[in-house]
Every structure is written in structure tokens, then in C-alpha cells.
Design a binder for this molecule. Structure first.
Ligand code: AMP
Length: 408
């Protein structure tokens, strides 16, 4: 059992003061972020009495949990399994942020971002933040919803796992709902990729790792273009755009969709330059005609006149992704549009006709699981009418062998 989210108890740490919302329920996090960032990085002197109360509150939160074995390690955190002291069957994941040399108080920007945005966003497809406390070494600990079934990357890469169009539709639906909710609340995730999509015990996919997230409430604010893992990074960021929108996450979602279908990353560059040239090869060369303003982007590289590839149309997507069916291919194409202004939005993705075409999305409890967990029943696989190649990572033809005639 996982701990039920009762809203993060974060009053014990300066940055974690309750955030404000406007009358529409939209977050106004941008306004308060800079102020709070300052207060974290250069804490204001507190009165001894205040400090005592703060420490007491922090201890109360810390005492609620027992830390167990290490679950994994990322670049800026170590993640432990934990449980409620009062209920050993209520599991949590405790993410202990590593001390960052940049900030002597141990708080990195990634950690601040993660806490700040997870506090704001409560949705079934976004990992829940239950609590935050600091440990004696001044490390920040995030108490997160425990998601024991691994991530989408594990499922994609595991050649023993068979899945079909209905499963892809189910996973994509959960991803799209999570991203839509972020964008509704003016939050860009900026690192959507299969291994940031964690899976709950009941099969629900949850968007995790908000270390690169930020608010986009102000469209004129310059933002960094150095976000999003390269293979999932949209062309506008590769060209150095400083003002961008939810379209960056929609491109990443499109890349996840393509990868779920192919079981291999679709555009896998080995440098930023290689990434942009692979995008051009795959989808066509951006020009002023198909993407007005592209040539004015800071890192735009003029295309070699002899190598201008025409924009790919529906035929290409249908050919490359037959398992998505014509409507699915159309949805994918709308997510992989080069010009971010013409690219689909998360809301548009949710409204697309693909969700109501056959096959219906698999019920979350029937979705394939990572090896080592409870295996799916044999009839589930025959229902899909297809098997994967033994070595599915050779080329684009190693798509899932769905029964395409039936699985649209
Ligand atoms: P991260 O630093 O978020 O990439 O986490 C490192 C590793 O810890 C992940 O690859 C997972 O194996 C594991 N992990 C992270 N968060 C959770 C969670 N909420 N529940 C279970 N395992 C997790």
C-alpha cells in the first residue's frame, strides 16, 4: 500500500511555504519563485524561538517515516524505500538530495524546482509529494509516492515483454493527461522521456522528476534552451530558442510515442548537431516557408541547398508507424510538427480521434509489467496476435508485430 496523499507537509523549510493560487485556481508560482529562491540560497537570520519551532516541525515529519533499502540513484539524488512508522505496509520513496557544492546549504536548483512544482500539482498521472524534511546533515529529503513497477523505458527495452497498440494507447493516454495538467497549471516539465515515466502498483503511469520544470506563465520571459534529454529535445531548443511553450513537452511526448511503437528511440543523435540533422532527415528541413522565423533563431544553421528534405506528410508517418494505424499516425505527426506554433497542444492531443478508435486502451490493471513482477497471462499475449522479434533493436522495422489489421 502507498501512503495516501494528504498534501505535502513542508512548513519546516524556508522555501516550502504554502504557494498561492489566483481566483481561477491557477498557480502564481512565477511571482513568488524568485523571492523564495533568494530566501533559500541566503537564508534570513531567524530568532532562536522560531528556529526551535522549525526544528520541531521538521523532526515531527522526519519521525513519521522509516528509511529502508536503497532503490536507485540519479544524478542529484539517492532514492530509498521507506514506510510509515505507524504502518509498515504503507510504502513511500524517500529521495535524498545530494549535497551540491554550488550551494553550501545543500540545496540545488533541481531540488528546489522539484519541491516547488510537485507541491503545486496534484493529479493521478503526476507523482505525489507527501512530505519534505531535512536530515541532520542538512540534506533535503523528499517523501514521494512509491512507484514499484519501474518505468516505461524498462518496458520498452525488455525483450521478454510483449505489448501492443492497446497498451501503447493506454500509456500515452496517461502521459498526455499528466502533461495536460502541468500545462493547465503553467508548468513545463522539460524532461519528458520514458525513464521519467514511473509506474504505480496499479499500472498508472506517473510523470516524475520535476528537476528541470519551470513556470511559463510569462510568455516573454527568456528561458534556457539547455533542457530536455537530447533525443527528446525539440528543434526549437536545438536552434537555441529562449522563448518557448508547452510545445516543447508535446514534441517529447511525440518522441515517447514513436519509441513505444518502435521499441527504439526514433531520433537518436550523438551530439546536438547530429540530433538536429537527424530530425531534418526524419521530418524534413525547416525553412522560412514551413516554419516562419526559424532562420532568426540564435543557433539556426542554414541547410545545405543540395540537402533540403521536403517536410514529411501522412504517408511517411503511416509507413514508419503502421502499428499506430492511420489515426494514430496522424496524431503522432501532429506532435512532431517542426514549427512549434503549428505543433499540437497537450489539450489537442487529448481531444484527438485516436483515443476513440479501436483498439480501446488497455485497462491499467491489465497492462504488461516489468520482468520479475507478476507476469501477464498467456492469453493476453495471444489477444494481441503478435510476437516481438528476438532481437528487436536492429532498425526501424523492428516495430511491434501487432496484428495491424485489427489493432487500429
Ligand atoms: P531519480 O533520481 O529520480 O532518477 O531516481 C533514481 C532511481 O530511483 C530511479 O531510476 C528508480 O529506480 C528509483 N525511484 C525514483 N523514484 C522512485 C519512486 N517514487 N518509487 C520507486 N522507485 C523510485
Amino acid at each position: 500500500m502507498a501512503v495516501s496523499p494528504s498534501g505535502p507537509h513542508v512548513s519546516s523549510i524556508a522555501i516550502l511555504s504554502p504557494t498561492t493560487t489566483n481566483g481561477l485556481g491557477k498557480s502564481t508560482i512565477t511571482e513568488s519563485f524568485d523571492k523564495r529562491k533568494k530566501s533559500v540560497l541566503s537564508p534570513q537570520p531567524t530568532q532562536p524561538a522560531d528556529r526551535e519551532i522549525t526544528e520541531q516541525l521538521n523532526d515531527n515529519v522526519k519521525q513519521k517515516y522509516i528509511k529502508e533499502k536503497k532503490l536507485g540513484e540519479g544524478t542529484y539524488a539517492v532514492v530509498f524505500l521507506g514506510h510509515l512508522r505507524t504502518d509498515p505496509s504503507s510504502f513511500v520513496a524517500i529521495k535524498k538530495i545530494k549535497v551540491n557544492a554550488e550551494y553550501k546549504d545543500g540545496l540545488s536548483m533541481d531540488a528546489i524546482r522539484e519541491v516547488k512544482y510537485l507541491q503545486e500539482l496534484s493529479h493521478p498521472n503526476i507523482i505525489a509529494l507527501h512530505d519534505v524534511f531535512s536530515s541532520k546533515d542538512q540534506n533535503l529529503n523528499l517523501v514521494l509516492e512509491y512507484l514499484p513497477r519501474g518505468d516505461l523505458e524498462m518496458l520498452i527495452r525488455d525483450t521478454h515483454i510483449h505489448y501492443g497498440a492497446a497498451d501503447v494507447k493506454s500509456w500515452m493516454g496517461m502521459l498526455a493527461r499528466g502533461v495536460w495538467f502541468c500545462h493547465e497549471n503553467f508548468v513545463l516539465h522539460r524532461d519528458i522521456k520514458p525513464n521519467n515515466l514511473l509506474i504505480a502498483a496499479d499500472g498508472e503511469v506517473k510523470l516524475a522528476d520535476f528537476g528541470l520544470a519551470r513556470s511559463f506563465a510569462d510568455p516573454y520571459l527568456n528561458m534556457t534552451h539547455q533542457v530536455i534529454t537530447r533525443w527528446y529535445r525539440p528543434p526549437e531548443l536545438l536552434f537555441g530558442a529562449r522563448q518557448y511553450s508547452g510545445a516543447v513537452d508535446v514534441w517529447s511526448m511525440g518522441m515517447v510515442f514513436a519509441e513505444l511503437l518502435l521499441r527504439v528511440p526514433f531520433v537518436a543523435g550523438n551530439s546536438d548537431l547530429d540530433q538536429i540533422s537527424k530530425i531534418c532527415e526524419a521530418f524534413g528541413t525547416p525553412t522560412e516557408e514551413n516554419w516562419p522565423g526559424v532562420t532568426r533563431l540564435p543557433n539556426y544553421i542554414p541547410a545545405d541547398a543540395t540537402h533540403i528534405a521536403l517536410l514529411q506528410g501522412r504517408e511517411f508517418f503511416l509507413r514508419q508507424f503502421p502499428t499506430a494505424g492511420p489515426v494514430g499516425a496522424d496524431l503522432l505527426m501532429s506532435m512532431c510538427t517542426l514549427d512549434p506554433q503549428k505543433r499540437n497542444t497537450a489539450f489537442g492531443v487529448l481531444k484527438h480521434g485516436w483515443w476513440s478508435t479501436e483498439p480501446k486502451p488497455t485497462q491499467k490493471q491489465d497492462l504488461p509489467r516489468k520482468s520479475g513482477g507478476t507476469k501477464k497471462m498467456g492469453h493476453d499475449l495471444t489477444r494481441r496476435g503478435g510476437e516481438l522479434e528476438e532481437t528487436p533493436f536492429k532498425n526501424a522495422t523492428r516495430q511491434l508485430d501487432f496484428n495491424t489489421a485489427r489493432d487500429y
